[in-house]
Design a protein around this ligand. Structure first.
Ligand code: GLC
Length: 648
């Protein structure tokens, strides 16, 4: 039996046997383990709607006012059907019949949550549509809302266009570009039947030792607000509900990017995270000015969901923060969409699962990303309502918000994938857009003697570094799998391939991963060394030193000796300590995590396009200068820095 089935089988047995409250671990990690269980995937045929369905019901009338549709449907729902809407299950843990029998409201693919078998857009569509059919067989035929982290393109799907991660997009300062990326991402999602993106992350990163720094557009809340707004508009458009639109999620509410170094109590196996899921040790004025600002912008743009943060503020886990989740977010800011928990985030509130659930739902979480043990979440919810620990009014408020999103996004009218959109997945048009984004995100930090742009006729060019020729490294985390991985993991163009395509017939390019170049004893006119980080996601990427690996340091030193002009390109999710390398190099480029279209780097290296990128985060000289604004002395390169060149 495949591992996936074993996991699913055991999960189901465990779920059925554990009726008492789970001793939720306060130190458990949000481990994105998705099994490979399969669902009975059939073609997208019309569902066999429940015979009891009243097709004349107001809530099924797409022309009726949404608030009337909500009221009509809510009045028809049993308490168990209402609770079902508040449940989001990870697809590897679901028994498909339960979608129908428990009237579940949502599923998700966690990082890497691809269908079993071939990871293709077509198979994603079959999987998601297959689950949707079960939902539409329920008594009221309320469609599932399926969520995914399409955080830099539909990045779990093999062959999808992978855009630069947010820290690079922040360097473009180009809102129009972000809107176009949101639009392209929505198209590729809809090809797979997924209409809910757990993006944009609107974290305002303050300490780039954080493993999620690359998910943040900037340390500056105004830049985060502007670019997130544009991206949300790209996803939702101004005609949300049409079949080409999806809903956005502003995350992680609130203060995820401001946690203190070494404040986390979350473990990933034996390793304790440092900043991720830690404590945001700022006063309320600072929290509002830096971390809350982007949510005001996201709400104004009409974001329909917001994800609670694993982090804590003022002594409370955000998933338990009623003041912020309800009084501020829903009251003061007037958010009318729904709040979804993060992956098992509710469990971290208390070792007593009943207490954790009651606290979090009453604090304002509307949907629980359980994500595995959903039978006991449902059991606890039923108990809490029966005992009055969670009021029916609170349940109705949560379900109203969830239904509002489902009606506004047109899910009742178009619950299935759109096969017409399959042609957009990894399309030449989307890849050209991603390549434009890569070029605009490159930040030129040093350009001694205007060595850049290079001539396409440079006689001999050496290229070195593992990250120079590795799609997985240049894409980073949240790519095909949760953590991402080095290797030829999906379709794309490496930086090396981009350079080889850019040079003329008279130019010779030699690539040597380790920079030894034993095939010749010549000195190259130009050496291009890519130093890089291996992919990571979330707290796994928390760093104490931000130092380059010794292999990267040695590589630069080695190639320096073999070339006349040295260009160092940094492929990373954040600024790293590169003081010595800047001294050694003639030119230095921050490439961030460019995604599948590495040719965009060559576009600016060879002057097809100008360098225009500006740092959206401070490039520190030392970790003593973190978080931003602390420590002494000047940064290596200040926020907003970036040299320019002119296109040839
Ligand atoms: C993760 C992340 C969150 C993501 C969710 C679903 O743990 O914190 O950003 O959307 O789980 O994958």
């Amino acid at each position: 039996m495949k591992r996936g089935f074993v996991v699913l089988f055991l999960t189901l047995i465990a779920a059925m046997l554990i009726l008492s409250p789970l001793a939720g671990g306060s130190l458990s990690v949000a481990m994105q383990t998705t099994s490979t269980a399969t669902v009975a995937t059939t073609a997208t045929t019309a569902p066999t709607l429940a015979p009891t369905l009243d097709s004349s019901a107001l809530y099924l009338d797409a022309t009726a006012p949404i608030e009337d549709r909500i009221a009509d449907l809510l009045a028809r729902m049993t308490i168990d059907e209402k609770i079902g809407q508040m449940v989001q299950v990870e697809k590897g843990s679901i028994s498909p019949d339960d979608i129908r029998d428990l009237a579940l409201g949502s599923l998700l693919s966690g990082g890497g949550g691809a269908p079993s078998g071939v990871n293709s857009a077509e198979n994603w569509a079959k999987m998601v549509d297959g689950y949707q059919k079960y939902a539409l067989e329920t008594r009221l035929a309320i469609p599932l809302i399926y969520g995914v982290d399409a955080v830099h393109g539909h990045s779990n799907v093999y062959g999808a266009t992978i855009f630069p991660h947010n820290i690079g997009l922040g360097a473009t300062r180009d809102a129009d570009l972000l809107e176009r990326i949101g639009r392209a991402t929505a198209e590729e999602m809809i090809a797979t039947g997924i209409y809910w993106n757990f993006a944009p992350c609107v974290a305002v990163v303050q300490d780039v030792r954080w493993g999620r720094s690359y998910e943040s557009y900037s340390e500056n809340p105004a830049i985060v607000s502007e670019l997130a707004t544009a991206y949300i508009k790209g996803l939702q458009t101004d005609h949300l509900g049409a079949a080409d639109t999806v809903i956005a999620t502003a995350k992680h509410f609130v203060g995820d990017g401001g946690t203190a170094f070494d404040s986390s109590t979350t473990y990933n196996g034996a390793t304790r995270y440092s900043l991720d899921q830690g404590v945001t040790e700022v006063d309320e004025a600072t929290l509002r000015a830096i971390h809350l600002l982007p949510y005001e912008a996201a709400i104004k743009q009409g974001a329909l969901s917001i994800m609670a943060s694993f982090s804590s503020w003022d002594g409370l886990k955000m998933h338990a923060q009623k003041y912020l989740l309800t009084d501020v977010l829903k009251g003061e800011l007037g958010f009318t969409g729904f709040v979804v928990s993060d992956w098992g985030g509710i469990d971290q509130i208390s070792k007593d699962y009943y207490t954790a659930v009651v606290t979090s739902i009453n604090a304002g979480v509307d949907m629980n990303m359980v994500p595995q043990k959903y039978p006991q979440f449902i059991k606890v919810m039923q108990q809490a309502v029966e005992k009055g620990d969670i009021s029916v009014e609170r349940i109705d408020d949560a379900v109203t918000r969830i239904l509002r999103a489902k009606f506004k996004m047109g899910l009742f009218e178009h619950p299935f994938s759109d096969p017409e959109m399959l042609q957009t997945v990894g399309s030449a048009e989307h890849r050209a857009l991603a390549r434009e984004a890569v070029a605009k995100s490159q930040v030129l930090l040093k350009n001694e003697g205007d060595v850049l742009p290079l001539s396409a006729d440079t006689p001999l060019i050496f290229i070195a570094g593992e990250g120079a020729d590795n799609i997985g490294i240049q894409s980073g985390g949240w790519t095909i799998s949760w953590q991402g991985s080095a290797g030829n993991i999906t379709v794309g163009t490496t930086i090396r391939e981009g350079i080889e395509q850019a040079v003329g017939a008279n130019s010779k390019v030699i690539y040597d991963r380790l920079g030894r170049f034993r095939s010749t004893d010549e000195t190259a006119d130009v050496g291009i060394v890519v130093v890089s980080e291996l992919p990571y996601a979330e707290g796994v990427g928390d760093s104490k030193t931000l130092e380059l690996s010794t292999a990267n340091v040695s590589l630069v030193n080695r190639v320096r000796e073999r070339v006349k002009k040295l260009i160092v390109i940094v492929v990373s999710g954040r600024p790293l300590i590169i003081n010595d390398q800047v001294e050694l190099a003639d030119a230095v480029v921050a490439a961030w995590l460019p995604g599948t279209e590495g040719a965009g780097v060559a576009d600016v290296l060879f002057g097809k396009l100008p360098f225009t990128g500006k740092l959206s985060v401070t490039w520190m000289r030392s970790v003593d200068q973190l978080p931003v604004g602390s420590g002494t002395g000047d940064a290596l390169f200040p926020f907003g820095f970036g040299l320019t060149t002119t296109a040839k």
